[in-house]
Design a protein around this ligand. Structure first.
Ligand code: GLU
Length: 553
């Protein structure tokens, strides 16, 4: 055994496998040449965040359009920040949004696929095997510096206005001998394993980022940590090993990692791995007082994805919206393909925003209204009640007490309409929006438009109730209102009213507003004739009579 082999044995005596073993255990994937193997690698430190959902969507669709694989890997190397149920929060959240996971963690506890384990804490032996090999090759070494020593070096570097970090003359243990290491270990000293970087700061490296294009940076010359003192790898090292052995072809991740690419490319090179293609996604931004800023977990409720679920945004619609900010050509495609699933869109990373897409809740509401307007009443019933079941039990009970009634109500201006009404954007609005259909929720409001007095309103309703027939279609329904108008000195015809407004108190449209207020308590509603058909004769008469007494008081 030479010195380096002895050092490797000293530091990692428990490791007896070789990299070759893992290379064979995880062979190249049997996929077509263009297929992209992509992943998200979340840390289970809390809820599913919008940024993770966005990254998952982009990765998922990249895999889909190329006939590739999308997998999840859990990066749980920071045990201090891990929260209970963290994996379930993230994976369950993705599933709720309809993001299909081909491989890796598919629930809080289960994984599938041939390239696992898909959780980093279960991969310690693999990382150590590769580190041991690097030590043997003189490409990694133990460093016994204490945090205090490292801090002191940093302060000195700052004082000297030098680049901070463990590099060049500051890499204290770079040339440690076997005997020195052995003595320190015998003394019970803790150590980390560092890379012996072959790089030089003067050299430049370039790479082609899948989103940002060509990027040039100084080569890495820092002897950064590969394994921490507890044997757990750093992100950099785990990324190189995992994405190589899991045969990732494209690493599409947040652009906070872009400055680390020189480290990563160096690792791939010295490990003898073919590097993946990198694509760095800019964070989702928000406009605040005219300035763009990153969406913040602390300030913005929508940063945590369960906000959308609570508000009753359909998962698929949120993804549809995210597609509009992910791809500049998505909306044109949508106009040309109004009925297709967003999953059929031919996504291309090059069409992504380089500087950060803007999250705009109004736009989301718009996209959502459009999508919901295309659903039939039965589908709306399913989705609305599923939401209410989870978030509003009282409303759920009301909606489901008479499903047929609720479906009929949801069909108004929708099922047989060439231009369905674009009203609801999220289920949390539905209770208020539909309140007047349910006596438990209906609160009358009898305030009249300014040009109509109570006596006229009462007289009109009194006449109307005499001729009201729940069988009337829209035409007949409005004809009846028109037929009452002249007797009250209202114009039957709006044009006629507009030509000679001084001759009338108002027109038939004003009278239909009186009826609308009596029946629904509102001035704006979907088609009133249909509403009255759904409410039924008895209920309409009760409400009209109640309004008459109110106006006669
Ligand atoms: N755990 C890393 C993060 O959450 C993963 C980055 C990556 O996709 O490689 O930022």
């Amino acid at each position: 055994m030479n010195e380096l082999e002895k050092l490797a044995e000293l530091l990692l005596p428990e490791i007896n496998k070789t990299p070759q073993y893992y290379e064979e255990l995880y062979p190249a994937r049997n996929l077509s040449e263009n297929a992209r193997v992509v992943r998200i690698a979340p840390s289970p430190t809390g809820y599913l965040h919008l940024g993770t959902l966005f990254a998952a969507l982009i990765n998922r669709i990249t895999a889909t359009v190329s006939g590739g694989v999308f997998f999840t890997r859990i990066e749980d190397t920071d045990k201090k920040r891990e929260v209970e149920g963290g994996i379930e929060n993230i994976i369950g959240g993705l599933k709720q949004f309809g993001i299909q996971i081909d491989e890796g963690y598919i629930s809080g506890t289960e994984e599938k696929g041939n390239y696992g384990p898909y959780k980093q804490s279960l991969r310690a032996e693999i990382y150590k095997t590769y580190v041991k090999e690097l030590i043997k090759q003189g490409l990694a070494y133990p460093c016994f510096c204490t945090p205090e020593e490292l801090d002191a070096v940093r302060s000195q570097q700052e004082q000297n206005k030098e680049r901070t970090g463990y590099h060049g003359k500051y890499a204290k243990h770079r040339n440690i001998t076997f005997a020195e290491a052995e003595a320190l270990i015998k003394d019970g000293k803790e150590f980390v394993i560092r890379l012996r970087s072959p790089g030089c700061e003067e050299n430049r490296i370039t790479f082609e980022d899948g989103i940002k294009g060509k990027i040039e940076m100084p080569e890495n010359d820092e002897d950064f940590v590969l394994l921490k003192s507890d044997g757990i790898p750093t992100y950099h090292f785990a990324h190189a090993i995992d994405d190589h052995l899991m045969r990732t072809t494209h690493v599409i991740r947040g652009d906070e990692w872009i400055s680390s690419v020189p480290k990563h490319l160096q690792l791939f090179k010295i490990l003898g791995f073919k590097p993946p293609k990198f694509a760095h996604v800019a964070p989702i931004m928000k406009l605040e007082n005219g300035a763009k800023r990153k969406i913040s977990k602390r300030k913005d409720p929508e940063a945590a994805v369960h906000f959308f679920a609570e508000q009753g945004f359909e998962g698929e619609i949120v993804l549809e919206y995210l597609m509009t900010i992910a791809a500049s050509d998505f909306e044109d495609w949508r106009r040309a393909n109004p009925d297709a699933s967003y999953k059929d869109f031919k996504f291309n990373l090059k069409k992504m925003s380089v500087s950060g897409a803007l999250f705009d809740e109004n736009k989301l509401l718009d996209v959502s209204k459009n999508r919901i307007s295309r659903l039939k009443s039965g589908e709306v019933y399913e989705k609305l009640t599923a939401w209410a079941k989870q978030f509003d039990a009282q409303f759920y009970n009301i909606l489901t007490a008479n499903p047929e009634y609720t479906v009929k109500m949801l069909g108004i201006d929708r099922d047989n309409s060439a231009k369905p009404r674009k009203d609801l954007a999220k289920w949390a609005e539905a209770k208020d929006y539909f309140a007047y259909f349910y006596n438990e929720l209906f609160t009358p409001c009898y305030t009249l438009p300014e040009n109509i007095n109570k006596a006229d309103a009462a007289n009109f309703l009194q006449e109307y109730i005499k001729v009201y027939d729940p069988q009337d279609d829209r035409m007949a329904w409005f004809e009846k209102i028109k037929s009452i108008a002249p007797g009250l000195n209202f114009a039957a015809d709006t044009k006629e009213y507009k030509a000679n407004p001084q001759d009338y108190k108002g027109h038939a449209g004003d009278l239909s507003t009186v009826l609308r207020i009596a029946v629904t308590g509102r001035r704006n509603t979907p088609d009133l004739c249909s509403i009255m058909q759904v409410l039924g004769k008895e209920e309409c008469e009760n409400r009209i009579n109640a309004a008459i007494s109110e106006y006669r008081r």
